[in-house]
Ligand binder design. Structure first.
Ligand code: DGJ
Length: 734
């Protein structure tokens, strides 16, 4: 070896050694928050802190955390605890090595930090097992302006045989406080995203689903965690997370004997052990994390800003007002029914007509939910001139056209089910259990992915005038199993199904970047950022009853933006609940999201017709504020007094819109007085009441000018109090 080479190698080894001695402080920062880690080569990476930004990080290098009584070890939390070493709480990683050893001890290799652009910074912490060639990368992307941090993990190995990955979380968060208040979101079909807050006690609280598809319908992979006090809109430290994953998930909150809380979030490990081959990678979904020192309101505004830019499609453009055919026609229509609806939609000022379920299937016509799913050919009996005729008809009336599909599903009574029984999710020879009379196609199979992509392409090809697709999914997974996956990899189904879905989404989006796509999934069934990233909006619930929607949308909009919240005015009595509510109330509720209509327009009488037309016109005025502005929640519907109120403020604070609802009979007992939020105290605002009927006014100051300072300190009081009274006010800078 040449002398120079020898000198170079010695120098290199010397530098490596220097690095090994060094203790690193790793900072993951956005404008208002920081996660701080400390790391030393060949030692554990310590999760030191998550909270408000601190101006000095040096003290973290010598920070000591109280030890366990029977060891001398530092008790500090790790960044990514694996099952092994002294760790005895629920680990973020559990795997079995090729030689059968059950434990893993992750130590620090190094970390990388780079700016992705002027708003995003990526930090990757590289870890490895002390003894085995197993490598784990923990990746953070910090979004400066939106104050969001996304965390994900990748594992790979070079062992001489496969390893079994039993649990691989997306994130582990250790917190230490006097008490913790967890808000989680649950429900069922037609009553999604209802909120429950509880003080955590010792032990483990788990939020999870094993449903596989339509995974968010009864629990959401999202949480709010308030420190020391129940969550408040404007004050207090709040941590939040929502998992971007369309399959099984598990969030666990473990309060240990020292008062420390460990939050582990990620894919559900239930029946999902992953056999990982040498040289292959396994990647977790992203956990989208937020922190606020100023309560929950700021958390939501951060998520909404982030979502519009990074978490959904076309989030910087307002979405159109839609008439959807479902509740107005269900499966029973012909061409005339639909052209009549389009005529009315155009007269109302609606901007898009969407043809829902029921337009396809010939041998097995889709005249109910029991046949035809999978056969995506136009039903020639109902629509002899095809979809092209209808789409052209709509466009000629000046409105856009959209159409419904449910490409992952199949009715047993369909040509597809007979042709491709091997595509259906089934558990060996066991019965395939139907749900809503349908079976699930096996998206882990690339042929099924091709079919789903082709279905989308073929439907779009029905007319150049189709500009919107409503993508439904109306069942979850029972009796799991895949004829495509090998016997030894059946447990991969949960992961591969979602990966197959994302691959189909990717291909569809590469080809159809401008088509608007609604994430429907029976309402609220795929309410997470893994899927929303490819969509323009979601159907929050099949329940269109305005009173229920106030609660559903309240929970939904904690994490997901109003621009994406499809919210439709339906008929009264409501089809799901039988409840009767005034049209004004229904509009005032639906106008807080992406407004649409879900009814048969010909059933609307002339007085209501005039009101609806005017309300849609009003909505178009306030839409940029609702879709692109900031949401401030004023009165929670969960409060004891039976009111709800919130407002939206434009980013430049020149305009705002305020909504208030009476949820029960108040008589003379109380009246609603709310202090407004988010305005500029220096500005003068003229208040105009919207959606009025006759001479009725809910606000005495209609047409008057108030200062922002007055409105935020004194507030406004309203003359509403009967059940389903409501008020909509627009504020404009004078
Ligand atoms: C469930 C959806 O949520 C509804 O809006 C409607 O599209 C039906 N499916 C159609 O089958």
């Amino acid at each position: 070896m040449k002398k120079n080479t020898l000198i170079f190698i010695s120098l290199y080894l010397f530098c490596l050694n220097l690095t090994a001695q060094q203790k690193d402080v790793i900072r993951i920062e956005t404008q208002d928050q920081a996660i701080i880690l400390t790391a030393e080569s060949d030692d554990k990476v310590i999760f030191q802190y998550w909270g408000r930004k601190v101006n000095s990080t040096a003290p973290f290098l010598n920070r000591k955390i109280k030890g366990q009584p029977d060891t001398s070890d530092d008790f500090a939390s790790q960044l990514y605890p694996a099952y092994g070493g002294r760790y005895y709480l629920t680990p973020a990683l559990k795997l079995t090595h090729a030689d059968g050893v059950l434990t893993t001890e992750l130590v620090y290799i190094n970390s990388e930090n780079k700016a992705l652009d002027n708003n995003r910074t990526e930090t990757v912490v590289h870890l490895r097992d002390k003894l085995y060639p197993v490598f784990v990368d923990v990746r953070f992307v910090a979004y400066q302006r939106e104050n969001i941090i996304c965390q994900s993990v990748e594992i790979r190995h070079n062992e001489n045989k496969d390893i079994k990955v039993e649990n691989l979380a997306s994130s582990y968060i250790p917190l230490h406080a006097e008490s913790y208040y967890l808000t989680h979101f649950n429900g069922t079909w037609s009553s999604e995203m209802l909120m429950e807050e509880e003080e955590l006690t010792h032990g483990i609280k788990v939020i999870e689903t094993k449903k596989g598809v339509r995974a968010t319908q009864s629990e959401s992979p999202s949480f709010l965690l308030s420190i020391d006090n129940p969550a408040n809109e404007d004050t207090g430290e709040v941590y939040a997370g929502t998992l971007a994953w369309s399959g099984n998930y598990k969030l666990s909150f473990e309060l240990d004997e020292t008062g420390k809380l460990g939050i582990i979030s990620g894919m559900n490990s239930f029946a999902s052990t992953f056999t990982l081959k040498a040289g292959k990678k396994l990647q977790t979904p992203e956990m989208v994390l937020a922190y606020s020192a100023k309560g929950t309101g700021q958390i939501s505004r951060n998520y909404h800003d982030w979502a519009r830019k990074y978490g959904m499609m076309h989030g910087n453009e307002v979405n159109p007002v839609i008439l959807n055919s479902w509740e107005g026609a269900y499966f029973t229509f012909d061409e005339k029914t639909l052209t009549d609806m389009i005529d009315s939609a155009a007269k109302f000022g609606v901007e898009m007509f969407v043809l829902d379920d029921g337009w396809f299937g010939n041998k097995y016509p889709r005249n109910g939910d029991n046949a035809g799913l999978g056969d995506w050919q136009v039903n020639t009996k109902k629509l002899p001139r095809g979809i092209g005729y209808l789409a052209d008809y709509a466009v000629n009336k000046g409105i856009k056209f959209g159409i419904w599909i449910e490409p992952e599903m199949v009715n047993p009574d369909s040509e597809l089910a007979k042709k491709h029984p091997e595509w259906i999710v089934k558990s060996g020879k066991r019965d395939i259990l139907p749900m809503r009379n349908q079976w699930l196609l096996d998206l882990s199979n690339p042929q099924v992915q091709d079919f789903v992509v082709k279905t989308f392409d073929d439907v779009i090809a029905l007319s150049p005038n189709i500009s919107y697709i409503k993508w439904d999914a109306n069942r979850h997974v029972d009796n799991v199993g895949s004829e495509y996956l090998p016997a030894g990899e059946q447990a991969h189904f949960w992961y591969e199904y979602v990966k197959g879905l994302y691959s189909a989404y990717e291909r569809i989006r590469a080809k159809h970047p401008d088509i608007q796509i609604q994430l429907c999934s029976s309402g609220g069934g795929r309410l997470e950022y893994g899927a929303l990233k490819y969509h323009d909006e979601f159907w929050a619930s099949d329940n269109t009853n305005a009173l229920d929607r106030i609660f559903i949308q309240y929970g939904t909009n904690i994490f997901f933006p109003t621009i994406a919240t499809a919210s439709h005015v339906s008929t009264s009595p409501n089809h799901q609940t039988g409840m009767m509510t005034p049209l004004k109330f229904r509009f005032d509720v639906a106008m807080s999201g992406r407004l649409g209509m879900e009814l048969q327009p010909k059933d609307i009488d002339s007085e209501d017709y005039e009101f609806a037309t005017k309300a849609i016109e009003n909505y178009k005025r306030i839409r940029p504020i609702v879709h692109l502005g900031d949401l401030y929640r004023l009165v929670s519907p969960y409060g004891k007094n039976g009111w709800a109120s919130h407002m939206f403020v434009s980013k430049d604070k020149k305009e705002a819109v305020y909504f208030a609802y009476s949820l029960k009979y108040h008589g003379r007992t109380t009246y609603l007085e709310t202090k407004l939020k988010g305005l500029d105290p220096q500005k003068n605002y003229k208040i105009t009441e919207l959606n009025t009927r006759g001479w009725n006014r809910s606000f005495y100051g209609d047409g008057q000018v108030f200062t922002g300072d007055y409105l935020m300190k004194v507030g406004i009081n309203l003359n509403i109090g009967n059940p389903f009274d409501s008020s909509a006010l627009m504020l404009t800078e004078e």
